[in-house]
Design a protein around this ligand. Structure first.
Ligand code: DQA
Length: 144
């Protein structure tokens, strides 16, 4: 199982950014934790972090040829980017949307996801664990 894990804007600031919301661990810590989990499953993960919409879209398109599935945290683009939504819809591999925080327990604009309807599903509120949960799901789906 090959999975591209794409993190959107401001997620490179993890650890420094609003630690009361996102915790004190960094993106590097996230990648280490998820890689360790992937190793246990025997899955291969490749990480991307892009702050621009276009780069996220290009990485989604390329994933169709390079991976079996995508785990995507579109960050703020979740709430308004029809372009990221259309990119998710344009590829034939499953995309699982993940959020560190519980987007439904925050400002009302965050409870709207324009991307989730074209994703396989959404995981929100479980911190780094959410990425591991998404991997578990994709692994089980693949071995069905
Ligand atoms: C986020 C939630 C978004 O609302 C926010 O814009 C982010 C991070 C999360 O992982 O909780 O940048 O996607």
């Amino acid at each position: 199982l090959k999975v591209h894990i794409i993190n959107g804007p401001n997620l490179n600031r993890l650890g420094k950014r609003e630690p009361h919301v996102y915790g004190s661990e960094t993106l590097d810590d996230l990648e280490k934790k998820v890689t360790a989990h992937a190793d246990r499953l025997g899955a291969e993960v490749t990480f991307f972090q892009h702050s621009s919409e276009g780069a996220i879209i290009d990485t989604l398109h390329a994933a169709e040829e390079q991976a079996d599935a995508v785990i995507l945290n579109p960050a703020a683009f979740t709430h308004y980017s029809y372009a990221v939504r259309d990119a998710c819809a344009s590829i034939s591999i499953p995309v699982v949307e993940v959020h560190l925080s519980n987007v439904h327990a925050r400002e009302s604009f965050r409870s709207v996801s324009v991307t989730a309807p074209v994703c396989r599903g959404q995981i929100s509120g479980f911190g780094f664990e959410g990425y591991c949960m998404a991997l578990d799901f994709l692994y089980r789906e693949e071995s069905k």
